[in-house]
Write a protein that binds this ligand. Structure first.
Ligand code: N01
Length: 538
């Protein structure tokens, strides 16, 4: 635990959020000898992995690739136990890193940042917290996470419900035992799909309320393969570097052929072999055009549907679970352990909200257009106000007092996904306009933190006071992000990547699809060219 909940009144930098990104940023800025604190709303460190404690929570990047690379001894010493790391194991890892580098002493917990205002005369940020504290700092770094503001379903009545209810991303630390209870789960994204099989093992009855069926692939999770671990550890440096240069932040052999130039039999065998790998990139990266061409995509989508029809006994349920009408991969695909199989159990039923929409939550349960489902417990797996939600929840004001909310009313605009013009010395880690959620997050986090740290070091050495993106650079980059996105199928699908899950939110692709490697190269070029596109002043 941190020593105190009190912030000093002056710092060199304030970091908001104590997840993977905030903790690493603290480590790096402390190396520069700066006075830094991390301010965290939660009661402990861990960010996403602190809050998302729902049953079955697990990362869908393999353990050996979902860890920091900055500490070579740590990566040799740490032993993951499973192919995919569970939430408790990732949290234990984060705690281990914090202890190893004595990070906790500079983390202020249970303290929510409510505003960050820039003062042009002093060139300082004033950061205020819900409990009335105020701190001035040269730099303000938003490490607030991309998926940290929960979204509830837009239906009335939750306050009337007499049973107990939970959102997957704010789960009780003591856990929940559903034994003998009638449970409803609303939402079939990654969180719902991971939680449902575990809840089904406990509940006496489980009803899954599905609006949009999702594509989900099996993890084939299990004890980690020790030979593979030894092999990776023997060449970790090279693998990390390859990941940094790759498309999605995980080194894989890139595809070379179109799905449409391959004979259907061979294509099926290829998909089958990749399905058995139990990862996200296998099937999705089988061919060059799966995320760019509808016809090519349909071959993979139909392969997955075939699997669903094989696994689920009841043909009617299987058909309802089959995703249709959008391209495979353009809504975040899921990895599961026994998800489709769960629907073969007699006490599990699927309520298709496309046929009978959700109307309200009642005192006793959930009402759809055709009936009321009485339940004891309700689980909301309804997702997040992604990418911009956590930033816009804070009253951030830049030059001339301009609110970030006003600047972004038509959607987020930042240069390189790192800094919005008009907001000097404010940085976002894995912000909109960077590869972010369309990459292995830890790889992208490390890139951003290191780039920001180098820039701050450059500023200090040159006795410079402010750095901010120019309007021109910001516009060119934002246009580029959109153009690259438009070359893919992503913008055609209503997804949280597009902001489409939150009513009224501007609809645009918020992550950069140009690839982790090319993006990183661009960031390095910008730095090498005297921070081209940024205005630096003394
Ligand atoms: O949220 P989601 P999530 N009525 O937005 C439904 C990461 N993550 O928490 O699709 C009825 O994906 C909504 O339906 P629809 C990962 O990046 C990673 O599951 O909008 N239904 C959808 O089914 C992931 O993508 C991991 O039609 C409503 C569901 O709720 C991201 O977090 C694990 C509704 C929300 O799905 C978010 O995942 C978990 C309404 N009014 C999460 N509103 C791993 O690493 C929403 N829904 C494995």
């Amino acid at each position: 635990m941190s020593a105190t909940r009190n912030l000093p009144t002056e710092l060199d930098a304030v970091i908001v959020g104590a997840g993977f990104s905030g903790l690493y940023q603290l480590y790096k800025l402390r190396q520069l000898g700066m006075r830094v604190k991390v301010v965290e709303a939660g009661s402990d460190i861990g960010g996403t992995w602190y809050w998302n404690r729902y049953p079955g929570a697990r990362c869908d990047v393999e353990s050996m690739h979902y860890s920091y690379s900055f500490d070579p001894e740590l990566e040799q010493e740490w032993e993951w136990t499973e192919k995919y790391p569970s939430q408790p194991e990732i949290l234990a890892y984060i705690h281990h890193v914090a202890d190893r580098h004595d990070l906790r002493k500079d983390v202020v917990l249970d303290t929510k940042v409510t505003s960050a205002h820039y003062d042009e005369d002093s060139a300082l940020w004033t950061v205020r917290t819900e409990d009335g504290q105020e701190v001035g700092a040269r730099y303000c770094i938003m490490a607030v996470g991309c998926l940290s503001v929960p979204k509830k379903p837009e239906v009335p009545g939750l306050e009337r419900f007499r049973g107990d209810w939970y959102h997957t991303c704010d789960w009780p630390e003591s856990g929940v035992d559903f034994t003998g209870r009638r449970v409803a789960v609303i939402g079939t994204g990654s969180s719902g799909i991971q939680a449902i099989p575990i809840i089904a093992q406990q509940a006496s009855e489980l009803t899954v309320f599905q609006r949009t069926p999702n594509f989900s692939l099996p993890t084939f999770n299990g004890p980690i393969d020790r030979e593979m671990v030894a092999d990776i550890k023997s060449r970790y440096r090279a693998i990390r570097e390859e990941s940094r240069q790759s498309g999605f932040g995980i080194a894989i052999e890139p595809p070379t052929r179109s799905a449409l130039e391959v004979d259907p039999g061979e294509r099926h065998r290829n998909y089958e072999e990749r399905w058995q790998r139990g990862n996200l990139t296998g099937v999705l990266q089988a061919y060059t055009d799966l995320l760019a061409d509808e016809e090519a995509n349909e071959t993979a989508a139909e392969f997955v549907r075939g699997k669903i029809r094989e696994i689920v006994d009841d043909p009617d349920t299987a058909e309802k679970l089959c995703p249709k009408g959008y391209a495979f991969g353009t809504k975040r695909p899921c990895l599961d352990t026994g998800y489709y199989e769960t629907f073969n159990a007699d006490h599990v039923q699927l309520a298709d909200l496309r046929e009978t929409p959700l109307v309200e939550i009642t005192e006793k349960g959930v009402r759809t257009s055709d009936r009321e489902y009485e339940v004891d417990s309700l689980v909301l797996a309804t997702g997040f106000d992604a990418m911009t939600g956590a930033l816009l929840n804070i009253d951030i004001r830049g030059r001339g007092g301009q609110p970030l909310r006003e600047k972004w009313q038509d959607g987020p605009a930042l240069y390189l996904g790192l800094n919005p013009a008009g907001f000097p010395n404010l940085f976002t880690i894995t912000g909109p306009g960077s590869p972010s959620v369309l990459s292995n997050m830890i790889v992208s986090i490390e890139q951003h933190v290191e780039w920001i740290t180098d820039l701050v070091d450059h500023m200090r050495r040159g006795e410079l006071r402010t750095v901010e993106a120019t309007e021109t650079a910001e516009k060119e980059w934002t246009d580029h992000v959109r153009e690259v996105g438009d070359m893919t199928l992503y913008p055609k699908t209503d997804s949280w990547y597009m902001g489409a899950n939150v009513p009224g939110k501007p609809r645009l692709l918020m992550a950069y699809l140009g690839g982790v490697g090319p993006y990183w190269q661009k960031c390095q070029e910008v730095a090498a060219n005297d921070y081209e596109g940024f205005a630096l002043s003394a």
